[in-house]
Design a protein around this ligand. Structure first.
Ligand code: ATP
Ligand code: MG
Length: 478
């Protein structure tokens, strides 16, 4: 059937009394009479009422959970509970059967672990339907935010020849025969014979290229996939994830923090305005899930209240040095409850420390700035104290680090010295250094991990449940 309506349109629009067409997948079929149909446009099903006298028994038996059907009928007021309208069907067409003995999705609650095993079908559940509609809205809102502010959307390369980004372990890209690679005179692999005539990798970040863009367009952002071959089996890390990386010229670290805070609030607000039904469902799901946890591990606030709380409060901004003082004085540090006890200034913060600051101490999002230069990347601007750099990380409750950013070092000499000290091959990176030789200017930017944002907004505990087909150590299925 062509020229169909969506269920979202029929439930919210004003089509009562009209003859309508819809397509979708059967969720349930009761009493040979009531079909709950879902087409993915909304969390809500539309009820289809059929008169079983109009159909053969063999036809009715084919209407099962998962069956794809098309319906034509009149949209009428519903007498039943739980819906305002329903369709009185004139015509039902079956497009694709679904054998109830074999269909893995039964009309009952399935565990997230089980659904991860059948990720190709999990979109058809309420939970994943909601998660991926929210993900879609967040993605749209990000583009809308930047577009309204005259940012240029840049596509930075996925395959990169620079191994200097330093943000994580990289995946190699090669067409060489791994069984029998060509060797040079020293007995090393001869990359001259490889596709690009040099070693290449999948990108871990588009930042360096985005900086080049910012030096011409003033304001740019990237939004694309990034890859890290880090063997971290956590609920916050993926081997393939999406990152948003704005870069702004004529801007310092304070402008950078303002931009990040404004962006996060804007996209959260967008979802509250456009996906409230999905959020209500996800909130209930989380409440159910947390009932199995001990009281002290449950969230302080229901999901929607937590999102509104982020909107309504300024993020707490403090320096790394101030954070270390708080941590040194904290109970878990004194009682050695942290896995990594903080001994002194200079320590790298682990997620347990970040979460203590956000969840126990401040109880709101936190922006930490001015980290020791030894634990941060070469491109960050060195402060006048010559000890710290203008880095800023945003920490969110339940997530930990959601944004990592900095003001960039725009002084050629200082940058070159840092690169040399940190073993970054300056000769291979003349293209990057050129921006500091010709019309250099203050600039800043950050990386926002898209899946961590989706996790925060949906309340999903595991990052593998907010990307369609997650890649992580030992898994590249689907
Ligand atoms: P972490 O300390 O959590 O590993 P990072 O310091 O390596 O993060 P950055 O290199 O600053 O992170 O990347 C910017 C953002 O990208 C992070 O703030 C986070 O939101 C996200 N991110 C980083 N690594 C991953 C990953 N493996 N999977 C998903 N998101 C990630
Ligand atoms: Mg990392």
């Amino acid at each position: 059937m062509t020229n169909t309506n969506s269920i979202k349109e029929l439930l919210t629009g004003n089509k009562k009394g009209e003859t309508v067409n819809i397509n979708g997948w059967v969720r349930t079929f009761r009493n040979n009479q009531f079909i709950a149909l879902n087409d993915g446009s909304t969390i809500n099903n539309l009820q289809i009422v059929i008169d079983f006298n109009d159909y053969e028994d063999s036809f009715l038996k084919r209407i099962n959970p998962g069956t794809a059907i098309g319906v034509e009928g009149e949209l009428v007021e519903s007498l039943g509970k739980g819906q305002t309208v329903e369709i009185k069907a004139n015509k039902v067409e079956i497009y694709g059967d679904s054998d109830p003995e074999k269909y893995p999705l039964q009309p009952k609650r399935h565990s997230l672990e089980f659904l991860r095993e059948i990720a190709h079908l999990r979109f058809r559940t309420n939970t994943f339907g909601a998660v991926f509609r929210v993900r879609n809205s967040l993605s749209f809102a990000i583009h809308k935010f930047f577009n309204e502010r005259d940012f240029v959307y840049m596509h930075t390369p996925i395959i990169t020849g620079s191994d200097a980004e330093g943000a994580g372990e990289m995946f190699k890209v090669t067409t060489l025969d791994l069984e029998n690679p060509p060797k040079n005179e020293e007995g090393h692999i001869d990359y001259k014979q490889d596709f690009f005539e040099k070693p290449t990798n999948l990108t871990v970040s588009g930042q360096l290229e985005a900086e080049l863009g910012a030096m011409a367009f003033s304001k740019v952002y990237t939004f694309g996939p990034t890859f890290r071959a880090e063997n971290s089996n956590t609920s916050r890390h993926l081997a393939e994830f999406w990152m948003i990386e704005p870069e702004i010229a004529f801007a310092d670290i304070n402008d950078d923090m303002d931009l990040a805070e404004e962006l996060l609030k804007y996209v959260i607000n967008y979802v509250l305005e456009n996906n409230i039904e999905d959020l209500r469902f996800l909130e209930q799901r989380l409440i159910q899930e947390e009932k199995q946890k001990p009281q002290n591990e449950r969230s302080d606030m229901p999901l929607i209240e937590k999102l509104k709380f982020v909107l309504e409060n300024d993020f707490e901004r403090l320096t790394y040095t101030e954070a270390i003082e708080i941590l040194l004085r904290s109970k878990p540090n004194k009682k050695k409850k942290f896995k990594y006890v903080i001994e002194k200034w200079g320590a790298d913060l682990q997620s347990e420390h970040e979460r203590y600051l956000v969840e126990k101490h401040f109880k709101k999002p936190v922006i930490l700035t001015d980290y020791p230069k030894d634990i941060k990347a070469f491109y960050m601007k060195v402060n006048d104290d010559n000890n710290t750099v203008r880095a800023m990380d945003i920490l969110f409750p339940g997530i930990g680090e959601i944004v990592g950013g900095s003001q960039r070092e725009e002084r050629y000499d200082v940058l070159l010295e840092r690169m040399n000290k940190m073993g970054v091959p300056a000769d291979e990176m003349q293209w990057y250094l050129d921006t500091r030789r010709f019309g250099s200017a203050e600039h800043a930017g950050f990386g926002l991990g898209f899946e961590r944002l989706v996790q925060f907004v949906t309340g999903m505990g595991n990052i593998r449940d907010v990307i369609a087909f997650p890649r992580y150590p030992g898994n590249a299925r689907f």
